[in-house]
Design a protein around this ligand. Structure first.
Ligand code: BG6
Length: 513
């Protein structure tokens, strides 16, 4: 019998798909190279595509080298032992009869590798298959472990539902087969080092928390921009849009981390309890808020650095009259003691000038203006920029005296870049999340009630957009920062969005894109 936690059969549904090739297998290969996987493990890919073990292994080998060139795994010759532990079974995932073949295959691998009944199921298929797969895992009794030191867990990829009703239905379905502590709802942003660091920055330093509230903070800004378009995912994206694809999950998770109260202990339950309180305190948006405080946009064709790029409606598998938004900027409030009256501005979009995710805490200016800013603008507001990617790090902006006569003030920055810590790239988000799940730590995964709370907030917007087609969808040329109207969301002449550069510390007025 394998020792506790020494065994694992990882069953990946959707193994012939992109996520498995680009993210999951390279991340697992890295974990194996660092000896972080249980000693007795095997990975079983499940898909409809006909393949045998050796074709699957060849394909995955290529993926490791091609898609994540930064990982430890790709830097070394690919570990043969890892490749030999990859297996594949082709079944029709919609056909219940095929699941006995899968059950048999898992049992054989368990016996061969002495995995001790520890099974982790990963749903990386299109979401319309989730329910069938979960049902069949239950029918085959693969959700229950007969031995006491064995376990069964399931990771569910996003999108988790399409609106509040479907998210609730999916939660209900999974809970018929698995208990909450067996379910790991993944949001890969939570696996990013720089995202986890938000909590560490706030709660391991004495200097930030006393200022982290409505008395000292003017507003919070979060941007997650991408320079790519929808690429080969037009079919999925056209039914999703930026609000569902990025805001309901990744951006709201960032909001929770920046806004939450300190958890009692750094443990899953405590952190999840604080997270859901933030979602529950978000002021529900009225139709007026949705009309005035949300800007949606869609990219149109344009030239980027002299090269013509397609508009969204010309992309593959996108409806030529599509009204799907590829950009959203919005303003909202969190109604609690800490944040009362502090606006939160968040925005995301595809085909913007660069790929950047960052949070900016804009502090209030000093109450009395003694000195003039060099530019002649009297107000100087400190900013704390928490950069999630790229050039991960932190930048604090403040005023310093310009040397020479008088008391002119210039804005300068104090910065930390993760690259200063080591030459190795930051660990991949999927690796961290897979490992946590194998170890039974659900801290960086979403709890069902929190997920429903995010959908509850988003549902108002979806319904309003659906029922009021007159709410404008603005076009914006690919390669620009989205519709100009988004600037009007920020209602004071002293406030603007930060237009970031790739390099965290570069002057935003002169950045090279
Ligand atoms: C995914 C979205 O969840 O996140 C994609 O479906 C988006 O549309 C991606 O491109 C962004 O992730 P990252 O890690 O590149 O910021």
């Amino acid at each position: 019998m394998a020792k506790k936690n020494d065994g694992l059969i990882l069953v990946i549904f959707g193994a012939s798909g992109d996520l498995t090739l680009r993210k999951l297998i390279p991340a697992l290969c890295d974990l194996s190279n660092q000896n972080l996987l249980p000693k007795n493990y095997a990975i079983l890919g499940v898909g409809r595509t006909e393949m045998n073990d050796s074709t699957f292994r060849e394909k995955m080998h290529e993926g490791i080298q091609k898609f994540i060139p930064n990982t430890i795994c790709a830097a070394k010759p690919v570990n043969d032992e890892f490749i030999e532990r990859l297996h594949y079974v082709s079944i029709n995932t919609s056909d219940s009869n095929d699941y006995s073949i899968l059950n048999q295959k898992i049992t054989n691998l368990d016996n061969k590798f002495n995995a001790g009944g520890r099974y982790l199921f990963y749903l990386a298929t299109p979401p319309d298959l989730y329910e069938t797969i979960i049902n069949n895992i239950g029918l085959q009794n693969l959700n229950k472990s007969p031995q006491t030191d064995a376990w069964r867990r399931i990771i569910v990829e996003k999108p988790f539902g399409n609106d509040l009703a479907s998210a609730k239905a999916l939660n209900k379905k999974i809970l018929e087969v698995f208990n909450e502590d067996q379910i790991y709802r993944i949001d890969h942003y939570l696996g990013k080092e720089s995202v986890q660091n938000i909590m560490v920055t706030r709660f391991s330093n004495g200097i930030f928390e006393p200022l982290w509230n409505r008395n000292f903070i003017d507003h919070i800004e979060i941007t997650s921009s991408e320079n790519i378009g929808v690429e080969s995912r037009g079919g999925y994206y056209d039914h999703s849009g930026a609000l569902r694809d990025m805001i309901q999950n990744h951006l709201l998770q960032l909001v929770a981390l920046i806004a939450m109260e300190p958890p009692a202990v750094a443990e899953s339950k405590s952190i999840h309890n604080e997270t859901i309180k933030v979602f529950q305190s978000m002021r529900p948006l009225t139709i007026k808020d949705i009309k005035n405080n949300i800007i949606r946009g869609q990219y149109t064709s344009s030239k980027i650095k002299g090269v013509k790029v397609l508009g969204y409606r010309e992309e593959n598998n996108v409806n030529t009259a599509s009204k799907t938004e590829t950009y959203v900027a919005m303003k909202f409030f969190i109604d609690n003691w800490r944040w009362s009256g502090v606006p939160f501005y968040i925005r995301t979009g595809k085909r913007l000038p660069i790929r950047v995710t960052e949070l900016v805490v804009h502090f209030k200016p000093s109450p009395h203006v003694l000195f003039t800013k060099e530019t002649g603008v009297p107000m100087l507001s400190n900013q704390l920029v928490i950069r999630i990617q790229p050039d991960e790090g932190i930048l604090l902006k403040f005023g310093m005296k310009v040397p020479g006569a008088g008391f002119k003030v210039q804005e300068v920055g104090m910065d930390f870049h993760y690259s200063q810590l080591s030459n190795s790239p930051l660990p991949d988000a999927y690796g961290r999340l897979l490992l946590d799940c194998i170890l039974g730590d659900s801290t960086l995964f979403s709890r069902g009630d929190a997920l429903e709370a995010t959908w509850q907030f988003i549902d108002h917007i979806l319904t309003a957009w659906h029922e009021n087609p007159d709410i404008k969808l603005y076009g914006y040329p690919a390669g620009t920062w989205g519709p100009d109207n988004a600037d009007e969301l920020i209602d004071s002449p002293e406030r603007t969005w930060r237009y970031p550069c790739k390099n965290l510390t570069a002057d935003v007025n002169f950045c090279e894109l």
